[in-house]
Design a protein around this ligand. Sequence first.
Ligand SMILES: [Zn+2]
Ligand SMILES: [Zn+2]
Ligand SMILES: [Zn+2]
Ligand SMILES: [Zn+2]
Ligand SMILES: [Zn+2]
Ligand SMILES: [Zn+2]
Ligand SMILES: [Zn+2]
Ligand SMILES: [Zn+2]
Length: 738
Amino acid sequence: MIGNTIKSFMCKRNYGIRSYINEADLPPSKRKRFENLPVRSKKNKTEMNNDLTEPKLLGVSLMDYFSIEQLKNHIRNLRSTETMSERSVTNNVCQLCSMDSLDFVPTPIHCSSCYKCIKRNLIYYWAVDESDRRHCYCNNCFRKCSDDDNVLGKNKFQKAKNNYRNEEPWVQCDKCECWQHQVCGLYNANEDLEGQAKYICPFCRLKEIEAGEHKPLPVSIGAQHLPRTMLSDHIEQRLFRRLELDRNERAKYDDEVPAAADLTVRVVLSVNRNLKLNQQFLDIFQNDEYPPEFQYKSKLILLFQKIGGVDVCLFGMYVQEFGSECASPNRRCVYISYLDSINYFTPDVRTVKGETLRTFVYHEILIGYMDYCKKRGFTACYLWACPSLKGEDYIFYCHPKSQKTPKPEKLRLWYKSMLRKASEEGIVVNHTNLYDQFFGPSTRNSAAHLPYFNGDYWSGAAEEIIRNIEKENRADKAKKLMTKSSLKAIGNDNVYADATKDILVMQKLGQTILPVKKEFIVVNLRFVCINCQQVIVSERRWSCKQCKSFHICNKCVALQKTHRSSSGDEHLLSEIVMEEDDIPVSTEDQDAIIENDIFENRHSVLSFCEKNHYQFDSLRRAKHSSMMILYHLYKNIHLSFEKEHFEGHGALKVKLMGALVHASQCCATLSNHCSFSGCIKVRQLFQHVSRCSHRVAGGCALCRKIWSLLHWHSQTCRDTSCIVPRCKDIKKHGVAYS
Ligand SMILES: [Zn+2]
Ligand SMILES: [Zn+2]
Ligand SMILES: [Zn+2]
Ligand SMILES: [Zn+2]
Ligand SMILES: [Zn+2]
Ligand SMILES: [Zn+2]
Ligand SMILES: [Zn+2]
Ligand SMILES: [Zn+2]
């Protein structure tokens, strides 16, 4: 049991007990390091736990669930090209990947004074205050500051060099006592904080299974057990349909047609948010033309693919939905705020049309999302095609080095080809850009028409412009800048003196956006009248055959049914009877509210992953990181419903949902339990139902809890031979109260 004691020490160390280790503190080899560690005797351990039976904790490694084939596959993958070149010759290496100690990306240290990142290998000073907060100063700031500037006093600070390493933690096999990286062993240290779980390496597991000593554990909690929503179902089903179509097409030309398998789309965040606008921004407008705040729904959609038995998170998309209850101009708009991906998608093949299957899948998720939005009554979708800066992550922490950030032009074309497909299907009626839609000569220019999104470019730029205008105003230069002729030049003949701020902002904003206007994509899901800017809801519209996207509503069309083009020619308009479906009155769907602290916004994801070293820069790390993220998702996701008729189900911990499927198959008992989180809880609930003596209708509170769990499960279960108790009955009859 020595191995376990050490393991627990190592886990804890790697989760924060000694997080400020300097390189000099680390002995040269890991073998030597372990000799220095305290070894607790078995007696001490049992005394501590006050428990004489050794619990058999299983399932701390995902490999406990693997079949022979999956284990072999896992070993093979770790030995593949990725690691071959760096294979070490010493014995002091991981039995799985053949590599010596590996370092995580160093956590950046920021100076508490100048907020700059302290560079690697530079000297800095640090101290911890009474409330355990760590203060760091760069060399420069520390020398400049006096004792009075510093709450702690300069003498409390220690000098250090920013060269500490975050070494990947190790785990020892309880059978052969070989050492492996926790990442390679798909080991979940959070499930084993006491260090009492059994870790059996894949080599020993293979022997055990072959000798009949181990049966792979039933289904692990994977991405497919995360709660499904109408949105995730819509995207997923569409994606699978489209993949099938493409595969059938490819089969006409090829004998071997590798398919994209084991994909899962889930919504892991869906919450109501309030977006309060800056007063400074609102001051541009007269007479409350612009609402001071917007309600919206913030969602995160994730794509997983099972690669080598592990669900790997490959694609993520944050969206903001401003529904029908929102005030203009945000009403019925969606904003795709962040999109990120990791390029481990398999197989690496091309579709019939010649694009990579990976691109095809990402496009289908976007199109599926827009299709869903359109069906729910959203009328426009806004996108800012902006590639991340080098080294900057949008959602996933630490991208693979081999994954290049696209150039702006390439990214724009990527979106364009997606929009072309969506147009062919009639989901998108047309697309333009922010400049052409709101700053063109044929529109009434006012910032009041521009929708305002959280973290969007134009709103930030506008606020910057306002700050500058205010500065200039104070210098009393405003009048000189704003001549009547310049107002006329931008197409506003009818100028009221008090509207100058709005016009000035629009003029400057237009100048800022114009050179990069193509980055700000406006996707119209319904036709918009070019005159009144309203979605055309009547059965007919008037369109120009010569001008792209010139549509005008029945109310606004001039008597002569013509319009003057930008070159001054008179164009004839033709009447078009629309075949579009009616726009739903309310955009509200009945999807659950999904709360989730970790994924609240992209910054919380990134700092969570940074803190725990959940990196995506190699496939082995992406597997382990995704496994850990799923583990935390199950612990953190909280479901609830807004609609009354769902209230009977109450707020259910999603963790129990996954545990329900697991516990139905798990061979553990109440006394001989497994470590799968929630397994015991569900087991206790089941036991209660079988013994409960409350013969009231529907059972006691506890009974109702398990019934609502079962109902909620079967509503989302697609498995026709599901082993969850009563699942088949409930699916068939709707209810199964006994
Ligand atoms: Zn390894
Ligand atoms: Zn500094
Ligand atoms: Zn072993
Ligand atoms: Zn109109
Ligand atoms: Zn025209
Ligand atoms: Zn279990
Ligand atoms: Zn009961
Ligand atoms: Zn089921």
